[in-house]
Design a binder for this molecule. Structure first.
Ligand code: EPU
Length: 294
């Protein structure tokens, strides 16, 4: 199917190792594109295949079924991983890691992006889910994102309004690929930004189960409440399906062990959701994107 771009597209590539949960089977096709030329070649070959596309960032909110997915999984690398300090913005390629973005901005005396230091995602993923934490979200700092429509090949700059960024939400379709984003900043003392980043890192270490296989918050917070507080109040910490458990440290983090499968996690999510609904009438919505599940 991708003979013309066999230097860029591989078949049957395990997706699990590319995600923070380390769960999941193979993608039917997998491509890495390190620059626009490579990306354009892959997309040209993809058009007309009828295959769904899944753009993968750092895999920090994605779980793929252990049987794999019939899709083209696309990952940007290389030149998409650069941060540039332009006069009026901090510009970052879609593959830039969010902690890297925060640190590069602070080192250049550009403040306001420190909240990204604890988010294990990419710039592309931050746009797609309006990533946030510590009182700020991507929509508060984004000037615009350059988006490529893989179906048409059209590229355009999209504002926060165009992207419809809301709480852990954007209007981006699966075949729309973020190429880069421009962020606003305030001039400031790098030392001030470093202190703020250290505080955020310390807070996360104290409150969240870092160093384990997880994908951050499993559910979005319902309006006016916290999914973690609700799950904890129901005594569900430690609930287990297979080798996945509700974390004892933070109830909205589910932690996977070495024998875990994507289905263990998926079933635990369904079980906790059902128990929260029965007890409180609140229907929690997952923040994690599940691919290949019924
Ligand atoms: N709480 C409990 N028990 C728990 C966990 C939390 O009672 O097991 C209580 C806490 O004591 C606190 C409240 O619930 O009163 C909220 O908890 P926390 O401050 O940890 O924040 P959160 O709402 O669970 C949100 C984001 C996180 C982000 C933090 C810090 C969502 C779904 N989660 O967590 O984002 O890091 O705030 O800003 O919005 C993510 O999206 O993946 C993520 C980690």
């Amino acid at each position: 199917m991708f003979e013309a771009v066999s230097d860029l597209v591989e078949s049957d590539v395990p997706v699990g190792p590319l995600t923070t949960y380390k769960l999941g089977g193979p993608a039917a096709f997998y491509a890495e594109a390190g620059d626009r030329d490579a990306l354009d070649r892959v997309l040209e070959a993809w058009r007309g295949t009828g295959l769904p596309m899944l753009v993968l960032g750092r895999g920090s909110n994605l779980v793929v079924h252990e049987d794999g997915i019939e899709a083209l999984v696309l990952r940007l690398t290389g030149a998409f991983g650069e941060v540039t300090l332009d006069p009026d913005s901090v510009r970052a390629g879609a593959a830039v890691r969010l902690p890297q973005l925060a640190r590069a901005a602070v080192a250049g005396g550009r403040l306001g992006l420190e909240f990204y230091v604890g988010i294990p995602g990419s710039v592309g993923g931050a746009i797609r889910q309006n990533a946030g934490g510590h009182g700020r979200e991507t929509r508060d700092v984004l000037i615009d994102a350059t988006v490529l429509d893989a179906s048409s090949g059209d590229v355009e700059a999209r504002s926060v309004a165009d992207l419809d960024l809301g709480y852990r939400h954007s209007a981006l379709a699966a075949h729309e690929v973020v190429l880069q984003a421009r962020f606003a900043f305030e001039d400031g003392d790098p030392g001030v930004g470093e202190v703020r980043m250290r505080e955020i890192t310390r807070w996360r270490r104290e409150h969240q189960p870092g160093g384990t296989y997880n994908a951050g918050s499993v559910f979005k917070n319902p309006p006016g409440d916290s999914a973690g507080r609700i799950i904890d109040a129901l005594g569900l910490k430690g609930t287990t399906v297979g080798d996945v458990a509700v974390s004892d440290k933070h109830a909205n983090f589910f932690v996977a062990g070495p024998e875990a499968t994507g289905s263990d996690l998926y079933r635990l999510v369904q079980e906790v959701r059902a128990r929260v609904y029965e007890s409180t009438g609140v229907m929690l919505e997952p923040e994690i994107q599940f691919e290949g599940f019924a």
